[in-house]
Design a protein around this ligand. Structure first.
Ligand code: C2E
Ligand code: MG
Ligand code: MG
Ligand code: MG
Length: 283
């Protein structure tokens, strides 16, 4: 079955089937049924503009609740979903569900809230990705500017021409294209110039030890200036405490995401979070 779907799935079927391999196969077979069984759920993490004291976006983060495996983290199943090609229907579900949720939030009065979805490399091969996204937006009455797609450098590297073609089409539709985990790859600057990014997300590894690391301060400061010069929005990820917030603020970083502001929450909790709001959110 997996063989037909292509990818590098062969590597799982070697004779030395140890326990790890068996678990992987088990997980893979569970993953085939996960959509039908409605085992996926989206969590949302707020992005805050600290100058406006406002929640400007929600990043959708997928969760898989399996009856036997329990909660499986995306880093543990997204690679399998990519390998098997299941990422296409799963990714489509993520876009559909997050747009549906965002249009509910718009109806509740949060009329300029954006929702961000993560797109992985293999999703670029989805034949009608752009068309599918456009349809989902129309169906939910959501204008394209309220959807962001987050792409990592590593997913561009796999097929830069295809990535460029698709990202350009998404950009032309008015969708916000963001580079995720910025700074962890190796040729980000060239990509920033060649690809239609409007936003960069500074990876959390630069924020983590900010207080002791002169290097991290220098890198973040440079990225903020770079963003300004290239007319890109800059978001810092992984803010966990007030000290990091202060340091980032001093570096003129205005948009932030992290446990300090809010952990990823289910839709209901995220709606309450919006309601408690930082001032300025309703419009
Ligand atoms: P990401 O897009 O870089 O998402 C940020 C990750 O950092 C999330 O982990 C989030 O829960 C976590 N995080 C946020 N704030 C903090 C913080 O203050 N401290 C710490 N230590 N962590 C923080 P999560 O939800 O486990 O997702 C991991 C990765 O899985 C994501 O990284 C993204 O690459 C991928 N992913 C998640 N959902 C999807 C999806 O729907 N589709 C695809 N293709 N990938 C997804
Ligand atoms: Mg992301
Ligand atoms: Mg990230
Ligand atoms: Mg990541």
């Amino acid at each position: 079955r997996t063989k037909e779907l292509g990818g590098n799935s062969y590597q799982y079927y070697q004779p030395f089937m140890n326990q790890q391999h068996t678990e992987l196969l088990q997980m893979e077979s569970y993953l085939y049924d996960a959509l039908t069984n409605k085992e996926f759920e989206l969590y949302y993490q707020p992005q805050i503009d600290i100058t406006k004291q406002k929640i400007v976006g929600m990043e959708a983060l997928i969760r898989w609740n399996h009856p036997l495996l329990g909660r499986v983290a995306p880093n543990n199943f997204i690679p399998i979903a990519e390998e098997t090609g299941l990422i296409a229907p799963i990714g489509e579900w993520v876009i559909e569900e997050s747009c549906r949720q965002n249009s509910i939030w718009h109806d509740l009065g949060y009329g300029d809230l954006k929702v961000a979805v993560n797109i992985s490399a293999r999703q670029f091969q989805h034949k009608n990705l752009v068309y599918t996204i456009a349809n989902i937006l129309t169906k939910n009455g959501l204008s394209p500017q309220f959807l962001e797609v987050e792409i990592t450098e590593s997913s561009i590297i796999q097929n830069p021409d295809l990535a460029k073609k698709i990202l350009t089409q998404l950009d032309e539709l008015g969708i916000v294209v963001a580079m995720d985990d910025f700074g962890t790859g190796y040729s980000s600057l060239g990509y920033l110039k060649k690809f239609p990014f409007s936003k960069i997300k500074i990876d959390q590894s630069f924020v983590r030890e900010l207080k002791n690391k002169q290097e991290d301060l220098a890198i973040i400061s440079a990225v903020v200036i770079l963003g300004r010069g290239m007319n890109l929005q800059v978001v810092a990820e992984g803010i966990e405490n007030a000290q990091q917030l202060k340091l980032l603020r001093d570096l003129n970083c205005t948009t932030m995401q992290g446990y300090y502001f809010g952990k990823p929450m289910n839709a209901k909790e995220a709606t309450c979070f919006l309601g408690e709001g930082l001032r300025g959110n309703k419009n």
